[in-house]
Design a protein around this ligand. Sequence first.
Ligand SMILES: Cc1cc2nc3c(=O)[nH]c(=O)nc-3n(C[C@H](O)[C@H](O)[C@H](O)COP(=O)(O)OP(=O)(O)OC[C@H]3O[C@@H](n4cnc5c(N)ncnc54)[C@H](O)[C@@H]3O)c2cc1C
Length: 435
Amino acid sequence: MAIRTSVTTNWAGTASCSPQRVAAPTSTEELVRIVAGATSMALPVKAIGAGHSFTPTAMTDGILIRLDRLDVGPLQFDTGTGRVVCSAGLTLHDLNHQLHRLGRALPNLGDIDVQTIAGATQTATHGTGHAHPNLAAGMTGFELVTAAGDVRWCSPDSNVELFHVGRVGLGALGLVTRVELETVPAFNLRAVETVEPLADLLADWTAFTRSAPHAEFFFLPGVDRVLVKRNTPTDAAPSVGTNRRTKAEKLLVENLAFGAAMRLVRRAPATRSSVLSLMSSLTSGATRVAPSHEVFASPRHVRFVEMEYGIPVDAVPEALERVRRLVDTLSDPPSFPIEVRVSAADGIPLSTATGRASGWIAVHRYQGTDHEPYFRGVESIMDDYDGRPHWGKMHFQTAATLRHRYPEWDRFIRLRDELDPNRTFDNDYLRRVIG
Ligand SMILES: Cc1cc2nc3c(=O)[nH]c(=O)nc-3n(C[C@H](O)[C@H](O)[C@H](O)COP(=O)(O)OP(=O)(O)OC[C@H]3O[C@@H](n4cnc5c(N)ncnc54)[C@H](O)[C@@H]3O)c2cc1C
Protein backbone atom coordinates (compact mmCIF):
# COMPACT_ATOMS: atom_id res chain seq x y z
CA MET A 1 0.00 0.00 0.00
CA ALA A 2 1.57 3.33 -1.04
CA ILE A 3 0.96 6.47 1.00
CA ARG A 4 1.54 9.94 -0.44
CA THR A 5 3.38 12.24 1.92
CA SER A 6 5.85 15.08 1.67
CA VAL A 7 8.11 15.38 4.70
CA THR A 8 8.67 12.84 7.48
CA THR A 9 10.02 14.23 10.77
CA ASN A 10 11.10 12.44 13.95
CA TRP A 11 9.57 13.02 17.41
CA ALA A 12 12.26 15.46 18.52
CA GLY A 13 12.22 17.44 15.26
CA THR A 14 15.95 16.79 14.85
CA ALA A 15 15.73 14.76 11.62
CA SER A 16 13.52 14.84 8.57
CA CYS A 17 13.43 13.56 5.02
CA SER A 18 11.35 13.73 1.85
CA PRO A 19 11.06 10.14 0.69
CA GLN A 20 10.19 9.45 -2.92
CA ARG A 21 7.56 7.10 -1.64
CA VAL A 22 6.18 5.84 1.66
CA ALA A 23 4.99 2.25 1.58
CA ALA A 24 3.01 0.38 4.22
CA PRO A 25 2.96 -3.21 2.97
CA THR A 26 0.28 -5.46 4.39
CA SER A 27 2.05 -8.77 3.72
CA THR A 28 5.61 -10.08 3.76
CA GLU A 29 5.22 -10.95 0.02
CA GLU A 30 4.38 -7.31 -0.76
CA LEU A 31 7.37 -6.15 1.31
CA VAL A 32 9.68 -8.56 -0.55
CA ARG A 33 8.46 -7.19 -3.91
CA ILE A 34 9.10 -3.60 -2.77
CA VAL A 35 12.62 -4.38 -1.53
CA ALA A 36 13.59 -6.50 -4.55
CA GLY A 37 12.24 -3.81 -6.90
CA ALA A 38 14.13 -1.06 -5.06
CA THR A 39 17.37 -3.07 -5.10
CA SER A 40 17.08 -3.65 -8.85
CA MET A 41 16.54 0.10 -9.40
CA ALA A 42 19.32 1.05 -6.92
CA LEU A 43 16.76 2.93 -4.80
CA PRO A 44 17.51 3.17 -1.07
CA VAL A 45 15.00 1.67 1.39
CA LYS A 46 14.60 2.40 5.11
CA ALA A 47 12.09 1.22 7.66
CA ILE A 48 10.78 3.71 10.15
CA GLY A 49 9.30 2.62 13.46
CA ALA A 50 7.75 5.22 15.74
CA GLY A 51 10.28 7.87 14.66
CA HIS A 52 11.57 8.20 18.22
CA SER A 53 15.26 8.19 17.39
CA PHE A 54 16.91 11.57 17.78
CA THR A 55 19.41 10.66 15.05
CA PRO A 56 18.42 10.50 11.35
CA THR A 57 18.84 6.72 11.50
CA ALA A 58 15.41 6.03 9.96
CA MET A 59 15.52 8.76 7.31
CA THR A 60 15.74 8.26 3.53
CA ASP A 61 15.05 10.06 0.30
CA GLY A 62 14.22 6.72 -1.32
CA ILE A 63 11.45 4.40 -0.16
CA LEU A 64 10.37 4.72 3.44
CA ILE A 65 8.69 1.60 4.79
CA ARG A 66 6.19 1.53 7.62
CA LEU A 67 5.50 -1.90 9.04
CA ASP A 68 2.52 -1.05 11.21
CA ARG A 69 0.05 -2.54 8.71
CA LEU A 70 2.07 -5.70 8.04
CA ASP A 71 -0.07 -8.72 8.77
CA VAL A 72 2.13 -11.53 10.08
CA GLY A 73 -0.69 -13.19 12.00
CA PRO A 74 -1.66 -12.85 15.66
CA LEU A 75 0.82 -12.82 18.47
CA GLN A 76 1.91 -16.38 19.27
CA PHE A 77 2.77 -17.37 22.81
CA ASP A 78 4.54 -20.65 23.56
CA THR A 79 3.57 -21.80 27.06
CA GLY A 80 6.48 -24.27 27.11
CA THR A 81 9.30 -21.80 26.46
CA GLY A 82 7.61 -18.59 27.61
CA ARG A 83 8.56 -17.01 24.29
CA VAL A 84 6.36 -14.81 22.19
CA VAL A 85 6.47 -14.18 18.43
CA CYS A 86 4.97 -10.92 17.23
CA SER A 87 5.07 -8.37 14.45
CA ALA A 88 8.23 -6.25 14.43
CA GLY A 89 6.12 -3.16 13.79
CA LEU A 90 4.08 -3.65 16.96
CA THR A 91 4.67 -0.96 19.59
CA LEU A 92 6.04 -1.92 22.98
CA HIS A 93 2.85 -0.45 24.44
CA ASP A 94 0.64 -2.85 22.48
CA LEU A 95 2.96 -5.77 23.15
CA ASN A 96 2.95 -5.05 26.91
CA HIS A 97 -0.84 -5.01 27.00
CA GLN A 98 -1.18 -8.20 24.99
CA LEU A 99 1.39 -9.90 27.22
CA HIS A 100 -0.37 -8.68 30.35
CA ARG A 101 -3.57 -10.36 29.20
CA LEU A 102 -1.56 -13.58 28.85
CA GLY A 103 -0.10 -13.18 32.35
CA ARG A 104 3.33 -12.35 30.91
CA ALA A 105 5.66 -9.35 30.71
CA LEU A 106 9.01 -8.21 29.35
CA PRO A 107 11.63 -8.34 32.12
CA ASN A 108 12.69 -4.71 31.68
CA LEU A 109 11.80 -1.62 29.66
CA GLY A 110 13.09 1.88 29.01
CA ASP A 111 11.36 5.14 29.93
CA ILE A 112 8.71 5.08 27.23
CA ASP A 113 6.75 2.40 25.43
CA VAL A 114 5.77 4.02 22.14
CA GLN A 115 8.69 2.60 20.15
CA THR A 116 8.21 -0.33 17.81
CA ILE A 117 9.88 -3.58 18.76
CA ALA A 118 12.10 -3.48 15.67
CA GLY A 119 13.03 0.18 16.15
CA ALA A 120 13.86 -0.32 19.83
CA THR A 121 15.94 -3.45 19.35
CA GLN A 122 17.79 -2.30 16.20
CA THR A 123 19.25 0.64 18.19
CA ALA A 124 19.93 -1.35 21.41
CA THR A 125 17.31 0.41 23.51
CA HIS A 126 17.74 -0.32 27.22
CA GLY A 127 16.24 0.39 30.62
CA THR A 128 18.01 0.30 33.96
CA GLY A 129 19.07 -2.66 36.10
CA HIS A 130 22.52 -4.04 36.94
CA ALA A 131 21.37 -7.58 36.06
CA HIS A 132 19.31 -6.60 33.01
CA PRO A 133 20.74 -6.35 29.49
CA ASN A 134 19.10 -4.31 26.73
CA LEU A 135 15.88 -5.34 24.95
CA ALA A 136 17.68 -6.86 21.95
CA ALA A 137 19.44 -9.34 24.24
CA GLY A 138 16.01 -10.81 25.01
CA MET A 139 15.44 -11.72 21.36
CA THR A 140 15.50 -15.43 20.60
CA GLY A 141 14.70 -15.13 16.91
CA PHE A 142 13.67 -12.77 14.15
CA GLU A 143 12.63 -12.82 10.52
CA LEU A 144 14.59 -10.63 8.10
CA VAL A 145 13.88 -9.55 4.53
CA THR A 146 17.26 -9.05 2.88
CA ALA A 147 18.24 -6.73 0.03
CA ALA A 148 18.05 -9.70 -2.34
CA GLY A 149 14.44 -10.28 -1.30
CA ASP A 150 15.13 -13.43 0.74
CA VAL A 151 13.08 -14.06 3.85
CA ARG A 152 15.28 -15.57 6.57
CA TRP A 153 14.37 -16.79 10.03
CA CYS A 154 17.35 -16.14 12.30
CA SER A 155 17.83 -17.85 15.67
CA PRO A 156 20.52 -19.72 17.62
CA ASP A 157 19.70 -22.72 15.34
CA SER A 158 19.13 -21.11 11.97
CA ASN A 159 21.10 -18.41 10.14
CA VAL A 160 23.19 -18.35 13.29
CA GLU A 161 25.67 -15.64 12.25
CA LEU A 162 22.86 -13.36 11.16
CA PHE A 163 21.11 -13.95 14.48
CA HIS A 164 24.27 -13.18 16.43
CA VAL A 165 24.93 -9.93 14.59
CA GLY A 166 21.50 -8.76 13.44
CA ARG A 167 19.67 -8.27 16.74
CA VAL A 168 21.22 -4.79 16.86
CA GLY A 169 21.50 -4.06 13.15
CA LEU A 170 20.82 -0.29 12.91
CA GLY A 171 18.49 -1.20 10.06
CA ALA A 172 21.56 -1.88 7.91
CA LEU A 173 21.16 -5.61 7.35
CA GLY A 174 17.56 -5.83 6.20
CA LEU A 175 13.97 -5.33 7.29
CA VAL A 176 12.80 -7.18 10.38
CA THR A 177 9.24 -8.45 10.03
CA ARG A 178 8.75 -10.72 13.05
CA VAL A 179 10.49 -10.96 16.39
CA GLU A 180 10.64 -13.72 19.01
CA LEU A 181 11.24 -12.53 22.56
CA GLU A 182 11.71 -14.08 25.97
CA THR A 183 9.01 -13.14 28.44
CA VAL A 184 8.61 -13.63 32.19
CA PRO A 185 5.48 -14.13 34.31
CA ALA A 186 3.69 -10.80 34.75
CA PHE A 187 4.90 -8.98 37.86
CA ASN A 188 4.16 -5.88 39.88
CA LEU A 189 6.79 -3.32 40.77
CA ARG A 190 7.06 -1.28 43.93
CA ALA A 191 8.24 2.12 42.72
CA VAL A 192 9.91 4.30 45.33
CA GLU A 193 11.05 7.85 44.55
CA THR A 194 13.29 9.77 46.94
CA VAL A 195 15.51 12.84 46.88
CA GLU A 196 19.05 12.09 48.05
CA PRO A 197 22.42 13.86 48.05
CA LEU A 198 24.35 13.04 44.87
CA ALA A 199 27.56 12.77 46.91
CA ASP A 200 26.08 9.93 48.99
CA LEU A 201 25.10 7.92 45.90
CA LEU A 202 28.48 8.34 44.26
CA ALA A 203 30.40 7.60 47.47
CA ASP A 204 29.24 3.98 47.17
CA TRP A 205 28.22 3.76 43.55
CA THR A 206 28.25 -0.04 43.35
CA ALA A 207 25.96 -0.26 46.37
CA PHE A 208 23.63 2.24 44.72
CA THR A 209 23.47 0.23 41.48
CA ARG A 210 22.49 -2.81 43.56
CA SER A 211 20.12 -0.97 45.88
CA ALA A 212 17.21 -2.16 43.72
CA PRO A 213 16.88 -4.41 40.67
CA HIS A 214 16.04 -1.25 38.68
CA ALA A 215 17.77 1.81 40.13
CA GLU A 216 18.41 5.16 38.45
CA PHE A 217 18.63 8.82 39.26
CA PHE A 218 17.96 12.18 37.67
CA PHE A 219 20.52 14.84 38.43
CA LEU A 220 19.72 18.48 37.76
CA PRO A 221 23.05 20.26 37.20
CA GLY A 222 23.35 22.94 39.83
CA VAL A 223 21.26 21.08 42.41
CA ASP A 224 23.17 18.76 44.75
CA ARG A 225 20.21 16.54 45.60
CA VAL A 226 19.01 14.10 42.98
CA LEU A 227 15.72 12.36 42.27
CA VAL A 228 16.23 8.62 42.78
CA LYS A 229 13.93 5.95 41.39
CA ARG A 230 14.08 2.40 42.69
CA ASN A 231 11.78 -0.22 41.21
CA THR A 232 11.58 -3.63 42.86
CA PRO A 233 9.39 -6.63 41.93
CA THR A 234 6.83 -7.36 44.62
CA ASP A 235 4.03 -9.80 45.35
CA ALA A 236 1.97 -6.91 46.73
CA ALA A 237 -1.19 -5.98 44.85
CA PRO A 238 -1.37 -2.72 42.90
CA SER A 239 -1.99 0.20 45.25
CA VAL A 240 -5.69 0.70 44.58
CA GLY A 241 -6.84 4.28 44.23
CA THR A 242 -3.42 5.88 44.30
CA ASN A 243 -2.30 4.71 40.88
CA ARG A 244 -4.57 6.94 38.88
CA ARG A 245 -3.66 9.92 41.07
CA THR A 246 0.05 9.15 40.93
CA LYS A 247 -0.14 8.81 37.16
CA ALA A 248 -1.95 12.14 36.89
CA GLU A 249 0.59 13.80 39.18
CA LYS A 250 3.46 12.35 37.16
CA LEU A 251 1.89 13.59 33.97
CA LEU A 252 1.44 17.04 35.45
CA VAL A 253 4.79 17.40 37.19
CA GLU A 254 7.07 15.48 34.84
CA ASN A 255 5.56 16.94 31.69
CA LEU A 256 3.39 20.02 31.99
CA ALA A 257 4.92 21.67 35.06
CA PHE A 258 8.36 20.68 33.85
CA GLY A 259 7.70 22.27 30.45
CA ALA A 260 6.53 25.49 32.10
CA ALA A 261 9.57 25.51 34.38
CA MET A 262 11.93 25.04 31.46
CA ARG A 263 10.32 27.92 29.60
CA LEU A 264 10.67 30.12 32.69
CA VAL A 265 14.34 29.24 33.07
CA ARG A 266 14.93 30.02 29.40
CA ARG A 267 13.34 33.45 29.76
CA ALA A 268 14.90 34.24 33.15
CA PRO A 269 18.16 32.27 33.62
CA ALA A 270 18.69 33.70 37.12
CA THR A 271 15.73 31.62 38.39
CA ARG A 272 17.42 28.39 37.31
CA SER A 273 18.71 27.09 40.61
CA SER A 274 15.56 27.79 42.65
CA VAL A 275 13.24 26.48 39.93
CA LEU A 276 15.28 23.29 39.67
CA SER A 277 15.27 22.72 43.46
CA LEU A 278 11.51 23.16 43.50
CA MET A 279 11.05 20.73 40.61
CA SER A 280 13.18 18.07 42.27
CA SER A 281 11.17 18.25 45.49
CA LEU A 282 7.86 18.16 43.59
CA THR A 283 8.72 15.06 41.62
CA SER A 284 9.79 13.02 44.64
CA GLY A 285 8.18 11.20 47.49
CA ALA A 286 5.91 8.87 45.55
CA THR A 287 5.59 5.19 46.36
CA ARG A 288 3.23 2.95 44.46
CA VAL A 289 2.74 -0.61 43.33
CA ALA A 290 1.61 -1.25 39.76
CA PRO A 291 2.07 -3.74 36.91
CA SER A 292 5.67 -3.53 35.68
CA HIS A 293 4.93 -1.99 32.29
CA GLU A 294 2.98 0.85 33.93
CA VAL A 295 5.89 1.68 36.21
CA PHE A 296 8.73 1.43 33.72
CA ALA A 297 7.23 3.66 31.05
CA SER A 298 5.61 7.07 31.28
CA PRO A 299 4.47 9.61 28.68
CA ARG A 300 6.86 12.35 27.57
CA HIS A 301 5.02 15.47 26.48
CA VAL A 302 7.88 17.93 26.86
CA ARG A 303 10.01 17.78 23.71
CA PHE A 304 13.75 17.62 24.20
CA VAL A 305 16.93 16.53 22.47
CA GLU A 306 19.12 13.90 24.04
CA MET A 307 22.56 12.33 23.88
CA GLU A 308 23.32 9.18 25.88
CA TYR A 309 26.62 7.40 26.38
CA GLY A 310 27.37 3.93 27.66
CA ILE A 311 30.67 3.71 29.55
CA PRO A 312 32.20 1.01 31.80
CA VAL A 313 29.93 1.01 34.84
CA ASP A 314 32.70 1.71 37.35
CA ALA A 315 33.68 4.89 35.52
CA VAL A 316 30.35 6.62 36.17
CA PRO A 317 31.23 8.57 39.37
CA GLU A 318 34.37 10.09 37.85
CA ALA A 319 32.71 10.83 34.49
CA LEU A 320 29.71 12.41 36.18
CA GLU A 321 31.91 14.63 38.31
CA ARG A 322 33.64 15.80 35.11
CA VAL A 323 30.27 16.49 33.47
CA ARG A 324 29.30 18.49 36.56
CA ARG A 325 32.46 20.60 36.26
CA LEU A 326 31.81 21.07 32.54
CA VAL A 327 28.30 22.38 33.21
CA ASP A 328 29.77 24.98 35.59
CA THR A 329 31.81 26.39 32.70
CA LEU A 330 28.94 26.69 30.20
CA SER A 331 27.63 30.16 29.42
CA ASP A 332 24.17 28.68 28.87
CA PRO A 333 23.92 25.80 31.37
CA PRO A 334 21.27 23.12 30.81
CA SER A 335 18.08 23.09 32.89
CA PHE A 336 17.18 19.55 32.02
CA PRO A 337 18.09 16.60 34.26
CA ILE A 338 20.90 14.16 33.49
CA GLU A 339 19.59 10.60 33.67
CA VAL A 340 21.95 7.97 35.07
CA ARG A 341 21.24 4.26 34.60
CA VAL A 342 23.04 0.92 34.46
CA SER A 343 22.66 -2.28 32.48
CA ALA A 344 24.27 -5.70 32.14
CA ALA A 345 26.70 -6.70 29.41
CA ASP A 346 25.63 -8.63 26.33
CA GLY A 347 27.45 -10.24 23.42
CA ILE A 348 25.81 -8.59 20.41
CA PRO A 349 28.52 -7.04 18.21
CA LEU A 350 27.05 -3.55 17.75
CA SER A 351 25.16 -3.41 21.02
CA THR A 352 26.30 -0.41 23.04
CA ALA A 353 26.74 -2.76 26.02
CA THR A 354 28.66 -5.42 24.12
CA GLY A 355 31.21 -7.10 26.36
CA ARG A 356 30.84 -4.74 29.29
CA ALA A 357 28.47 -3.88 32.11
CA SER A 358 27.49 -0.31 31.32
CA GLY A 359 26.68 2.88 33.10
CA TRP A 360 24.54 5.29 31.08
CA ILE A 361 24.80 9.05 31.24
CA ALA A 362 22.06 10.79 29.27
CA VAL A 363 22.14 14.55 28.79
CA HIS A 364 19.22 16.57 27.51
CA ARG A 365 18.34 20.02 26.38
CA TYR A 366 14.93 21.52 26.02
CA GLN A 367 13.88 21.60 22.35
CA GLY A 368 14.84 24.91 20.75
CA THR A 369 17.94 25.57 22.86
CA ASP A 370 21.46 25.22 21.44
CA HIS A 371 22.56 21.76 22.56
CA GLU A 372 25.86 21.58 20.72
CA PRO A 373 28.38 23.15 23.16
CA TYR A 374 27.01 21.02 26.03
CA PHE A 375 26.75 17.78 24.03
CA ARG A 376 30.18 18.20 22.45
CA GLY A 377 31.71 18.86 25.86
CA VAL A 378 30.08 15.77 27.35
CA GLU A 379 31.06 13.69 24.33
CA SER A 380 34.73 14.58 24.70
CA ILE A 381 34.58 13.41 28.34
CA MET A 382 32.91 10.15 27.26
CA ASP A 383 35.65 9.63 24.65
CA ASP A 384 38.11 9.16 27.52
CA TYR A 385 36.12 6.11 28.66
CA ASP A 386 35.71 4.60 25.18
CA GLY A 387 32.10 5.75 25.44
CA ARG A 388 29.59 4.26 23.06
CA PRO A 389 26.79 6.60 21.98
CA HIS A 390 23.24 5.28 21.90
CA TRP A 391 22.58 4.65 18.19
CA GLY A 392 19.21 6.38 18.39
CA LYS A 393 20.39 9.47 20.28
CA MET A 394 22.40 12.46 19.18
CA HIS A 395 26.19 12.30 18.91
CA PHE A 396 29.00 13.49 16.67
CA GLN A 397 30.97 10.26 16.17
CA THR A 398 31.96 8.61 12.90
CA ALA A 399 32.91 5.07 11.88
CA ALA A 400 36.58 6.05 12.29
CA THR A 401 36.10 7.08 15.92
CA LEU A 402 33.74 4.23 16.81
CA ARG A 403 35.16 1.09 15.27
CA HIS A 404 37.84 0.44 17.92
CA ARG A 405 35.18 0.71 20.66
CA TYR A 406 33.42 -2.45 19.45
CA PRO A 407 35.54 -5.65 19.58
CA GLU A 408 33.35 -7.38 16.96
CA TRP A 409 32.93 -4.38 14.67
CA ASP A 410 34.49 -6.11 11.65
CA ARG A 411 32.17 -9.10 12.06
CA PHE A 412 29.20 -6.77 11.57
CA ILE A 413 30.79 -5.02 8.59
CA ARG A 414 31.61 -8.36 6.89
CA LEU A 415 28.03 -9.53 7.18
CA ARG A 416 26.68 -6.22 5.94
CA ASP A 417 28.99 -6.39 2.87
CA GLU A 418 27.75 -9.90 2.17
CA LEU A 419 24.04 -9.16 2.64
CA ASP A 420 23.79 -5.69 1.18
CA PRO A 421 26.69 -5.16 -1.24
CA ASN A 422 24.81 -2.45 -3.15
CA ARG A 423 23.74 -0.66 0.05
CA THR A 424 19.98 -0.79 -0.47
CA PHE A 425 19.53 -0.07 3.26
CA ASP A 426 22.05 2.78 3.40
CA ASN A 427 21.40 6.38 4.41
CA ASP A 428 23.50 9.38 5.43
CA TYR A 429 23.52 8.33 9.08
CA LEU A 430 24.83 4.84 8.34
CA ARG A 431 27.47 6.22 5.97
CA ARG A 432 28.69 8.40 8.83
CA VAL A 433 28.58 5.90 11.69
CA ILE A 434 29.50 2.58 10.06
CA GLY A 435 31.04 3.74 6.78
C1 LIG B 1 11.11 10.43 24.62
C2 LIG B 1 12.10 9.34 24.32
C3 LIG B 1 12.45 8.46 25.33
C4 LIG B 1 13.37 7.43 25.07
N1 LIG B 1 13.71 6.58 26.09
C5 LIG B 1 14.66 5.64 25.87
C6 LIG B 1 15.09 4.77 26.92
O1 LIG B 1 14.57 4.82 28.04
N2 LIG B 1 16.08 3.89 26.65
C7 LIG B 1 16.69 3.82 25.43
O2 LIG B 1 17.62 3.04 25.26
N3 LIG B 1 16.27 4.59 24.40
C8 LIG B 1 15.28 5.50 24.61
N4 LIG B 1 14.88 6.29 23.56
C9 LIG B 1 15.44 6.04 22.23
C10 LIG B 1 14.55 5.08 21.43
O3 LIG B 1 14.24 3.92 22.17
C11 LIG B 1 15.27 4.60 20.17
O4 LIG B 1 15.72 5.67 19.44
C12 LIG B 1 14.41 3.67 19.30
O5 LIG B 1 15.15 3.29 18.17
C13 LIG B 1 13.13 4.31 18.80
O6 LIG B 1 12.29 3.31 18.25
P1 LIG B 1 11.36 3.62 17.01
O7 LIG B 1 10.34 2.56 16.86
O8 LIG B 1 10.87 5.02 17.10
O9 LIG B 1 12.40 3.48 15.81
P2 LIG B 1 12.87 4.55 14.73
O10 LIG B 1 13.52 5.68 15.43
O11 LIG B 1 11.75 4.86 13.81
O12 LIG B 1 13.97 3.69 13.96
C14 LIG B 1 15.17 3.32 14.63
C15 LIG B 1 16.03 2.46 13.72
O13 LIG B 1 15.43 1.18 13.55
C16 LIG B 1 15.28 0.89 12.16
N5 LIG B 1 14.09 0.11 11.99
C17 LIG B 1 12.83 0.41 12.37
N6 LIG B 1 12.00 -0.59 12.04
C18 LIG B 1 12.75 -1.54 11.43
C19 LIG B 1 12.49 -2.81 10.87
N7 LIG B 1 11.26 -3.33 10.88
N8 LIG B 1 13.52 -3.51 10.35
C20 LIG B 1 14.77 -3.02 10.35
N9 LIG B 1 15.08 -1.82 10.87
C21 LIG B 1 14.09 -1.10 11.41
C22 LIG B 1 15.19 2.26 11.50
O14 LIG B 1 15.51 2.22 10.11
C23 LIG B 1 16.22 3.01 12.31
O15 LIG B 1 17.51 2.69 11.85
C24 LIG B 1 13.94 7.30 23.77
C25 LIG B 1 13.57 8.18 22.75
C26 LIG B 1 12.65 9.20 23.03
C27 LIG B 1 12.27 10.16 21.93
